[in-house]
Design a protein around this ligand. Sequence first.
Ligand SMILES: [Fe+2]
Ligand SMILES: [Fe+2]
Length: 182
Amino acid sequence: MGVAAAGNIMNVLGMYGMNIMNSDEFRNAFQQVHHNVTTVGDHSLNVAVSALCICAFLSKLHINTKQKELTQAALCHDLGILGRYEKFENNRVCCRQHPVDSVDVAKKLVPDMDERTQKMIRTHMWPATPLNIPTSREGLIISLADKYCAIREVTTRRPGGYHAEHIMMRAERVKASAAANL
Ligand SMILES: [Fe+2]
Ligand SMILES: [Fe+2]
């Protein structure tokens, strides 16, 4: 990722994702292990950054994406998996149900979230849930970014290529400086 692209992604994360990243739900997500090697919080940031990288690439091809909705959906896509060992009977139920529960959490964090954005979250497990197919460009991007990040996390046995605290601090700083320049 180039410096300009990285800076732009921090801008987008700070602008559209700060309320979610500062929520108790998102902070709790760093307490739950995910894919054996990372946490739900780190993975969610990985997916958001990777999805925004795909958007940056697509914009070079003059293909536009709705980055606000994509950022919100990417950050929230797995928040419904928190407490999985207490609330889901087995992995199959977890796979089917956590996207639905993630939508409930997302609606709490972003009360005006529209149906299209909710659907990005609800279908993010595709193709593992073959009947729940993404119906928007952004939904497909999140689904692809999710699989890419999961494979990268497991195969490299590292939480991810991005440092969660670093991303959140940079995004917060970008948002503060944007507010000061208004
Ligand atoms: Fe998921
Ligand atoms: Fe995920």
